[in-house]
Design a protein around this ligand. Structure first.
Ligand code: FAD
Length: 567
């Protein structure tokens, strides 16, 4: 069968593209997703849950061979002295990131999208994106010019009634420390704290698979959905993409179409292009890949939001009581005023439990991240074999503006956690981060459950020794006092422990005709090729001041609208 559109990857963007392109009955659309499907009636409980911390780390939903480097690399050093290779979750499930992510739903600063236009993405601006932010959402709380009421993704806020004593105390401390209360995180882009906004309805996640691949959409005769089907190769006739090769349980098939739409995310979409001979000619030659089209920007400009955290002990009465309830309640945006950063460049997230297990339930955290980040890294191949994951180097904090602001952010988070309002409901405060140990404990296993119960019980009984035990068992000896009194210790902590927050983006960025590093035009069409488009987080020119799911959905809404209107 000849398709009009072959969509590779049914993630945040891919599910939207499948819905919108197949809404026109003349289009024959094929959606291929490597991971499992999540149709209505068969959505796994951990995917559907308001508490996302178990889906994040469920290996059934992620690309498990992917390893990344977060810290900058000195290429002159031998492999053994380079920063450690770390896990970095990228979704492998229908709905992609939107099926496993933290459900945080925000849009970023108007300036982010005006900047995209200024960086060469013709026609992109806040004003031109707002209709598509409105189109994607069904805002359950606000009805005004900034919000949509009829979209496929319900958006709601976690109001005070659902907050824990720790969340309420953090909000009080924030007010006193100069972060005023805002009723709407997605309202006017101002500094202050607010109830966090989530893509969730009646206390259940709504992924793009749930919202856009609903039963009526799946009944469309012109839409074919194949899950657990991994695309291994894009097929070309010269400079025109004409189809893909894909396999399911060892059986390979060829599909042909008028246009291939890559929606594999910011790590895997550039890898597909590179394996197809589209990318920097030198790197392709190193990999033994024949150059189809020299596009030096493919895989470059990788961005994320670097973060660190400050955690605190929660006594019994301050903990969450329901296991699957929402655990992030309060957020805050502020302007660092450092370097040349724009207003609202920083973000704080208050977390009422730091893991699904007994230790996590006993710890509240403030996660701080640089929302307008500048550091960039890259995605490269290590082999032309499609079974091999690419090499991913984030280079976090390589731009000193990110380092300085993250250090300052950590001190601000410490001041909030040490504020008398928080001290009334919480206890020992300490520096923390998503180490590999924390990540390993994040997997739901009987062993982790037993270990955490034992450690949690000991911490409960430790009384005056609790701080010493936390230093030993959790922070590896790092103490908050050292960070607050000694800039070198603070910098060492921030450099060593900063992690991204899974907002990988910008590796196939849109840009102007005369920009040699632009990979796609303003509609995601790959430059120099025909029949090949990329629509996912990889085409962002720069990462917005926001978690990236809603901006990615907005881009897919906008580009699909142009494609459908063009016929
Ligand atoms: C753990 C985690 C937490 C996050 N938290 C938040 C949050 O709270 N709020 C927020 O806004 N953002 C969050 N994000 C980021 C956000 O979810 C992503 O930016 C967004 O999902 C990216 O969408 P995408 O369409 O670019 O890629 P994805 O949604 O990742 O979709 C890519 C899809 O392509 C498929 N695919 C890849 N290769 C192939 C192949 N060869 N063949 C077939 N299919 C393939 C993948 O399996 C995947 O389903 C989080 C992300 C993660 C991973």
């Amino acid at each position: 069968m000849q398709y009009d559109y072959i969509i590779v990857g049914g993630g945040s963007a891919g599910s939207v593209m499948a819905n919108r392109l197949s809404a026109r009955s003349a289009n024959r659309v094929l959606l291929l997703e490597a991971g499992i499907d999540t149709p209505h009636g068969a959505i796994p409980p951990d995917v559907h849950s308001s508490y996302p911390g178990t889906a994040y780390f469920n290996p059934d939903y992620t690309w498990n061979k992917l390893r990344v480097r977060l810290q900058p690399i000195n290429k002159n050093l031998p492999e053994s002295q380079r920063p450690e290779l770390r896990n970095y979750e990228q979704a492998r499930i229908m709905g992609g990131g939107s099926s496993i992510n933290g459900q945080m739903a925000n849009r970023g600063a108007p300036n982010d999208y005006d900047d995209w236009g200024r960086q060469g993405a013709k026609g992109w601006s806040w004003e031109s994106c707002l209709p598509f932010f409105r189109k994607l959402e069904r805002d359950m709380d606000h009805d005004d010019a900034l919000h949509g009421r009829e979209g496929r993704i319900p958006i709601r806020r976690i109001y005070q009634q659902e907050w824990t004593p720790y969340a309420k105390a953090v909000a009080e401390a924030m007010t006193e420390l100069g972060y005023p209360y805002l009723t709407d995180q997605n309202g006017a882009f101002e500094d202050g704290h607010f109830p966090v906004t989530v893509s969730n309805l009646y206390d259940r996640r709504v992924s793009t698979a749930i919202g856009y691949l609903d039963p009526p959409t799946r009944l469309r005769e012109n839409l074919e959905i194949r899950s657990e089907t991994q695309v291994s190769e894009i097929l070309f006739d010269g400079l025109r993409a004409v189809g893909v090769k894909a396999g399911r349980r060892g059986v390979s098939e060829t599909f042909t179409g008028r246009e291939v739409v890559l929606c594999c995310g910011a790590v895997h979409s550039p890898a597909h292009l590179l394996r197809s001979g589209i990318g920097p000619a030198g790197h392709l030659a190193d990999m033994g890949i024949e150059v189809r089209h020299h596009l030096p920007g493919v895989g470059q400009n990788l961005m994320d939001h670097p973060s660190v955290a400050c955690s605190t002990w929660l006594p019994g009465e301050s903990r969450m009581t329901r296991k699957d309830a929402r655990h992030i309640h309060v957020g805050a945006r502020y302007s660092s005023g450092l370097h040349d950063a724009p207003p609202g460049d920083m973000f704080i997230v208050q977390v009422s439990k730091s893991g699904w297990h007994a230790v996590g339930e006993r710890l509240g955290s403030l996660l701080v991240f640089v929302n307008k980040s500048y550091s960039t890294g890259e995605v490269r191949l290590v082999s032309k074999d499609w079974r091999e994951e690419p090499e991913v180097e984030f280079n976090l904090l390589s731009d000193e503006r990110d380092l300085d602001r993250l250090k300052d952010a950590f001190l601000r988070a410490s001041a909030i956690n040490l504020h008398p309002a928080v001290a009334r409901v919480a206890g020992y405060t300490f520096p923390s981060s998503y180490s590999e140990k924390v990540r390993a404990m994040g997997r739901v296993t009987r062993r982790n459950e037993m270990i955490s119960k034992a450690v949690g019980g000991v911490l409960d009984m430790a009384g005056g020794l609790r701080g010493t035990l936390i230093d030993r068992l959790i922070t590896g000896g790092l103490r908050l006092r050292d960070m607050m009194e000694d800039d070198e210790a603070l910098e060492g902590f921030v450099r060593a422990t900063a992690v991204g927050v899974w907002h990988a983006s910008c590796t196939n960025r849109m840009g102007a005709d005369d920009d040699p590093m632009a990979v796609t035009d303003e509609q995601g069409r790959v430059r120099g090729l025909a029949g090949l488009r990329v629509v996912d987080a990889s085409i962002m020119p720069s990462v917005p001041c926001a978690n990236t799911n809603i901006p990615t959905i907005m881009m897919a809404e906008r580009i699909s609208d142009t494609v459908v209107s063009a016929g």
